[in-house]
Design a protein around this ligand. Sequence first.
Ligand code: PEP
Ligand code: MG
Length: 756
Amino acid sequence: MPLAAAAASAREILTGLHDIMAGRGSAQAKLNKVVDLIADKMQSEVCSIYLLRDNKLELFATHGLRKEAVHVTRLALGEGLTGTIAAEGRILNLAEAAEHPAFIYRPETGEERFHSFAGVPIVRLETPIGVLAVQHAESRRYEDIEIEALQTVAMVLSEMIAGARLVDGARRSRLRSAGPLRLTGLKLVTGMAKGQAVFHQPRVIVEHTMADDTEAERERVYAAFRKMREQIEAITREAEFGTAGEHQEILETYKMFAYDEGWGRRINEAIDSGLTAEAAIVRVQQRMRARMREIDDSLLQERMHDLDDLSNRLLRIVSGRMETAARSGLTRDTVLIARNLGPAELLEYDRRRLKGVLLEEGSLTAHMTIVARAMGVPVVGRLTDIRHSVEEGESVLVDGDNGSVIIRPNRVLAGGFEHRLALRQKRRAEFDAARSLPAVTPDGLAISVMVNAGLPEDAANLELTGADGIGLFRTEFQFLVSATLPGRERQQRLYAKVLAAAGDRPVVFRTVDIGGDKALPYLTDHKDEAENPAMGWRALRLSLERSTLMKAQARALIEAAAGKVLRVMFPMVSEPWEYEEARALVEEQVAWARSAHRKLPSRVEFGAMLEVPALAETLDQLLPRIDFLSIGTNDLTQFLFAADRADPRLAERYDWLSPAILRFLRRVAGQARAAGVPVRVCGEMGGRPLEAMALIGIGIEQFSITPAAVGSIKAMVRSLDAAACRTRMQQWLERPPPDMRRTLGEWARRHRVAIG
Ligand code: PEP
Ligand code: MG
């Protein structure tokens, strides 16, 4: 068929469809009319509709095949051309149907007379629920525009079919994976959880496919495109400053697609054919997905995935559904599904309902992971395609200990999960018992176990964790959960509350560490945008420039700690002068408080975080000036290995137990000890029993860890012969074994060290 004629017939089909849908009659009668209409307009000998019923594709309506075959011919998923289209959700466009390997011949239909075949899936909620196919006696390949016309019809049909309940429960009719599905990803936060899947960004269900006013629909799409571009620009600016979640490379692709004229044009053409803005976006998206399945190049596939993401964003904008699931509130035990999340986004969720998080990306030391760990919410990352493997509301079991997930569990799988859960609870109970015991090794070495905190409730829970104090209070968390900059009084109230809850136990307040993957929209300064936010204008660098912010914080800390010891430490000190400036700034505020006759802290102690390797080379200058040193292994290792801590592709590449890290830390610990300065490890590394064991082996005796790990770390300490461990570590670091983790693990098991 010539192109112009095909375009005209596509429009005529839609007009005809409109009349059929608006008219009276049963769903079956309408389907019968639809196949006649398409056959007529596409001048095809055959047009058929197959729908999914009882997990089989049943011929529901046909023009051209034998009528006796209707409701008789049934195909399994994957069976024949039609079954292949439905099972794989792809389009087939064949000049010679019989030459396709999946072709099968059903005598009752009489289809042997036809050569060419084109079929598209009828999709509902991203799941095929049927197939629409045409056949011609002559051998020909169908034009793109004809395939698009079929897709348009399929979209409109899906709305009617779901409405008329002609197929298996529209929500449950997953063809590709109707049964349970087990996926394995990257363990990010341990723990087990069960709940119902909730998408961080809810899916939009297109309710109306046919437009009443094409021009109005076009305007809606234009407006949505404008808004989407603005959003992408804004996110890119934030990302350059260091927002969480979205990756620079992805954003660049987003930007490219957001301005892609071809995409806009295809949506416009779909609107021309009579679809609503939403339906047009989805139709183009479906086409894209079909292409995506045929591409073999993984890089290109990833790009298509990005475009798919962007399509979803456009759809949410056009339908006014921009809010995340946190905004609409959780109503049940939830396992949250997202591509990636920022720490602030995570903190928006109701902690009582949020039981687990599944991400397509994610990495071990990204701040979102740290926040989730602090919240006690298990997280499994790197679950490619999780958003397309589960439906909103489906039951999900999360095993963060093994990095596995079960979607739609059956009774056997759920039973196995419950069994492991019970074992875990038993083990936890043992650890919990260890929590209140002293952290002393059998050979008499006392280990200080403090916790990392930052959320207001962390202070109240301190008693329960059995920790010796708070070794790292991340003050920026309060800034992250707030829509505006928290004022001095608000900060002071929080600090006072934390100190009161800690009682006699020490609390180390770290001044705000903003930037990197902890961006604050209200603090973003575009003129200072950096190429690499983790190494950019963040932490102390930013605080020293924004001295008003730092002064306000210092004053809040001083007043909150009136009559008590105030411990302040500065993040990301790179050179000693930065520490000196920051300290001078706090001391100025102490002097001011004194002159204003305010009640002062009984003593102020100052510490620096060692997170930038360069600082290790100037420790001789720094150590005499500080009261304590805290090693932030999360940042330190990303800088030592030049491996972005938020990059999921590097999440598993380098090991904390590598000789490079352990030798580095041993040297720092030795220098600090020689100078009589206490040194503590406050990165995530210290909360893992095997890593903590290695750290004790190189001379670390103070830890600040995630609260949930206190029991397991104490249990490890209480079973460790520290002297023997030190001797062995000395030897291993002189001559590293090929696999340090394995060697350490074997040693621990042989010596009955409780490493979990
Ligand atoms: C670290 O970098 O190890 C650290 C403890 O600080 P944060 O994780 O907050 O950057
Ligand atoms: Mg850090």
